[in-house]
Design a protein around this ligand. Structure first.
Ligand SMILES: [Ca+2]
Ligand SMILES: [Ca+2]
Length: 273
């Protein structure tokens, strides 16, 4: 059974500057070969400081009925596997997670694996966690999760670093499903229709506001009664979508998450007196 273990990351960062480029809303994993199904593609490895990716019996990609995964451990005093990856500036909600399992053959409780997350804005380290052999149950996948939303626009580096303590007894750990999920701003698409006639409403005004009344987007429906609002921020507070045409007006409240495209019908059905 895969067990849930959530670790939050808080990383103090300065204000970021720059402009988001126009693009479709997305919600995607940008880790390269995080499931190790393509061997060491995308990963950089060292043994005792020397780059030896794909050449060692100690850093291996094993095959089992679930597919491939990374195995670190054995007699070497240090083994590392790392990847650098750019988080787009347009990605507002970013989550890094992976699965880790100690193997039943692990013999030395004093060996450990260090998970490191680094980025320029974090100085040396955004997160560093020592995972001790002997501290966890063997043969059970455990889930680790980090919120890296504040690292948008940066190149981050993640590393798994195996330490053998030199007592002659060795340990092994498996790592799999490393995921960096990135989410952009969202898109709200809609068709405005008249509730009584069932017909589309052309040139209807549409405004999208936040809870403070600030206009996030405004426009009109086209000749097919459709509108498309892009680059809408996600968040816990509901947005207001105000649709009007002549004497008809209606306010819709909607919770918008990051990285989604919403497509709905908006019925305007009552005159404003
Ligand atoms: Ca895998
Ligand atoms: Ca040891």
């Amino acid at each position: 059974m895969k067990k849930l273990l959530i670790i939050s990351l808080f990383c103090a960062l300065g204000a970021l500057v720059g402009g988001a480029t126009a693009q479709a809303s997305y919600n995607k994993n940008i880790m390269v070969n995080g499931d190790f199904e393509a061997g060491f593609t995308g990963w950089y490895c060292t043994i005792n400081g020397s780059p030896v990716c794909n050449q060692s019996e100690f850093i291996t990609v094993d095959d089992n009925e679930e597919g491939y995964y990374l195995t670190l451990g054995g007699a070497n005093s240090r083994e590392t596997v790392s990847q650098e990856i750019d988080i787009p500036y347009s990605a507002y909600e970013n989550n890094l997670n992976f699965m880790l399992r100690f193997t039943p053959a692990t013999e030395s409780a004093n060996d450990y694996v260090t998970f490191k997350l680094t980025a320029a804005d974090c100085k040396d380290s955004c997160a560093e966690r020592r995972i001790q052999f002997g501290s966890a149950k063997y043969d059970e996948w455990q889930y680790y999760e980090y919120d890296v939303s504040k690292l948008r626009g940066q190149r981050i580096r993640i590393e798994f670093d195996y330490h053998e303590n030199g007592d002659g007894q060795h340990s092994w750990v498996n790592i799999d499903d490393v995921v960096l999920k990135t989410k952009s701003r969202s898109t709200i698409k809609g068709t405005v229709k008249n509730y009584y006639t069932g017909k589309i409403v052309k040139r209807a005004k549409v405004k999208i506001k936040n809870t403070k009344g600030k206009i996030l987007w405004s426009g009109k429906t086209n000749l097919k009664g459709k509108f498309k609002a892009t680059k809408i921020k996600g968040g816990a507070k509901k947005k207001r979508i105000i649709v009007s045409k002549g004497d008809y007006k209606k306010v819709f409240k909607k919770r918008i998450k990051w990285g989604k495209t919403y497509t709905n019908k908006y019925w305007i059905n009552r005159p404003v007196f």
